[in-house]
Design a protein around this ligand. Sequence first.
Ligand code: Z5A
Length: 211
Amino acid sequence: MLNNKFIVIEGIEGSGKTTMCHFTKNLLFEYGITNIKSLREPGGTPLSEKIRCLIKHSVENEPIFYETELLLIYAARVQLIKSIINPELKKGTWIISDRFTLSSLAYQGGGRGIERNKILFLQSLFAKNPIPDVTFYLDVKPTIGIKRIQKRKHLDRIEKNKLDFFVKVRKIYLTYVNKDPKIIKINANHSLNTVKKNFKLQFFSWLKKDT
Ligand code: Z5A
């Protein structure tokens, strides 16, 4: 029997993470794995979903400081790890998470400019484990990703950032791709069908190697 895994999908907005999380679930089904839980960050528990709303929306007449944003993200994350991720992994459930700790290094570190050491310290205090077994990073040029999400009517507080913000976020993602062998980069600039085809190849290649 295969050991369950903790799979994370990362990337900037419009890279196709949510689409690929659904696709990953289907690929696991295809492989005969059915005990799967799909999660998103920030969110995934009733309290974490409430915190998600605070993170995504502006408060009238009060700016959200970057440090506050970081702490809210970690509050939601700790809640999710303790109440769902860790107990489910222990039970043998496969977890697919739309974003995880790498997002904080990319957005709060790269985008907001908070020192990496501060983020890693917070992580070491409250979210040391679990470490994802694999992270699929969907790499898209910010101009392409933004164009995809602009089709939506409402952009949230973070999505309203300027192009330069997402350029900085992507740069940090790419730094980690180059130094962490557990991160698999997928070129997400192509059509959805092409990205899915490539994702499937890389996914099964990882799954067969790792199980
Ligand atoms: N955040 C943070 O700052 N720090 C953290 O530590 C964490 C999170 C964990 C979560 O918002 C926000 O929280 C996020 C970062 C911050 N900031 N923002 N903004 P979210 O969950 O609402 O947003 P998101 O995670 O960025 O997801 P998204 O905008 O929904 O994008 P996506 O999931 O990557 O893409 P999608 O929903 O799958 O696809 C978007 C559209 O593009 C859709 O119409 C697709 O059909 C289309 N699409 C997807 N792929 C393709 C291709 N290949 N070709 C053409 N069209 C495509």
